[in-house]
Ligand binder design. Structure first.
Ligand SMILES: [Fe+2]
Length: 280
C-alpha cells in the first residue's frame, strides 16, 4: 500500500517545461502535483523524469478521467493504472474532479458540472465509495468551475459538494480560483460558499489564474493569480487552517522562477491569514 503520510506546505503542478530545472536546481518546493494521465503510458521521458523527481520530492496525483458523476461504468482498467502509478511514485493522495466528462464512451474532454440534486448526491457518492474501496484509500474531489446551471438543481453547489463528501466519506480539494470563477459566472457570494465548507475534509488547495471578460470568467490557468483570488485564499486559510496549497498553471507556462515568486506570495498570504499583524 502506498504511503499516505501527510505532507504540508506549498507545492507546484509539475510541468515538462520545468523538468530539467527542477532536477538541476532543486528549487525550494515542498511537493509537486502530477497530472495522472501524463504518466500512464509505460516508458518514455515523462516517467523517466518523474522517477527522478520522486526521489527528491513528495508527489500527489491529480486526474481528469474518473468522470465520477457520469453514467458510464467506473473504468477499473483505468483505476488499475492509477493505482500502479500511485505505488510507483508513492503518491500521498489521489484527486479528481466533482464532475462528469462524457457519456456512452464519448469523452467531452471537459469537466462538466452536475445537477445539484439529492439523486446526484447518492449517485456520485456510491461511485466514490467503489473507487475508494478499489484503491484502498480516500480520494479527494475538486470543485470545478462552471458556466451553466441546471433548472432541476435543489441545492447550492457548496451544499452539493458537502453532501457528496459526507455521504461518500471522501476528502475535498478546494480550488479557490474555481470558487471565484463560478461566483462571478453565477452571481453568488464566494464567502458564503467558503464558510459552508467542512474544513475537516479539505486536504489540498488549488490556486490558479483565469481570463476575465467582465460579466463572465473563463478558467484558463494561463495567467497570474488575481487579487480577488488572493484575498479569498487568505479567508480560506483562516477557515480551513494550514492546508497544503499549490499553484496550477496549464498554459502559457512561464519560467519556473515566476511560479516560485507566486508561491512566495502564497506563503505570505497564508502567514498573514494565520497571524493578522504580519504583513503579506
Ligand atoms: Fe484546480
Amino acid at each position: 500500500m502506498p504511503s499516505s503520510a501527510p505532507i504540508s506546505g506549498f507545492g507546484l503542478g509539475l510541468r515538462k517545461d520545468h523538468y530539467a530545472e527542477i532536477l538541476d536546481g532543486h528549487p525550494a518546493v515542498d511537493w509537486f502535483e502530477i497530472l495522472t494521465e501524463n504518466y500512464l503510458v509505460p516508458g518514455g521521458k515523462p516517467l523517466h523524469y518523474l522517477d527522478r523527481i520522486c526521489e527528491r520530492y513528495p508527489v500527489v496525483m491529480h486526474g481528469v478521467s474518473l468522470s465520477i458523476g457520469g453514467y458510464d461504468p467506473i473504468d477499473f482498467d483505468y483505476l488499475k493504472q492509477v493505482d500502479a502509478l500511485a505505488r510507483r511514485c508513492n503518491a500521498r493522495w489521489i484527486s479528481d474532479h466533482l464532475c462528469w466528462t462524457g457519456l456512452d464512451g464519448v469523452n467531452a474532454h471537459d469537466l462538466l458540472p452536475l445537477p445539484y440534486t439529492g439523486e446526484a448526491v447518492r449517485h456520485v457518492a456510491a461511485r466514490v465509495r467503489l473507487v475508494q474501496d478499489f484503491l484502498g484509500r480516500q480520494i479527494l474531489l475538486e470543485n470545478v468551475s462552471s458556466y451553466i446551471g441546471y433548472r432541476c438543481s435543489e441545492m447550492s453547489e457548496w451544499e452539493f459538494l458537502g453532501a457528496v463528501a459526507d455521504e461518500a466519506d471522501c476528502l475535498i480539494l478546494l480550488d479557490v480560483n474555481n470558487i471565484h470563477v463560478s461566483a462571478v459566472n453565477h452571481g453568488f457570494d464566494p464567502r458564503e460558499y467558503l464558510h459552508a465548507i467542512d474544513a475537516r475534509r479539505v486536504r489540498q488547495i488549488h490556486l490558479a489564474g483565469h481570463q476575465d471578460f467582465g460579466d463572465y470568467i473563463i478558467d484558463t490557468h494561463d495567467a497570474p493569480i488575481v487579487d480577488a483570488v488572493w484575498s479569498l485564499y487568505g479567508d480560506t486559510i483562516r477557515h480551513c487552517g494550514d492546508v497544503p496549497t499549490m499553484i496550477e498553471r496549464d498554459d502559457n507556462i512561464p519560467p519556473l522562477s515566476v511560479l516560485l515568486d507566486e508561491l512566495t506570495r502564497a506563503h505570505g498570504v497564508a502567514d498573514a491569514a494565520r497571524c493578522p499583524e504580519a504583513t503579506a
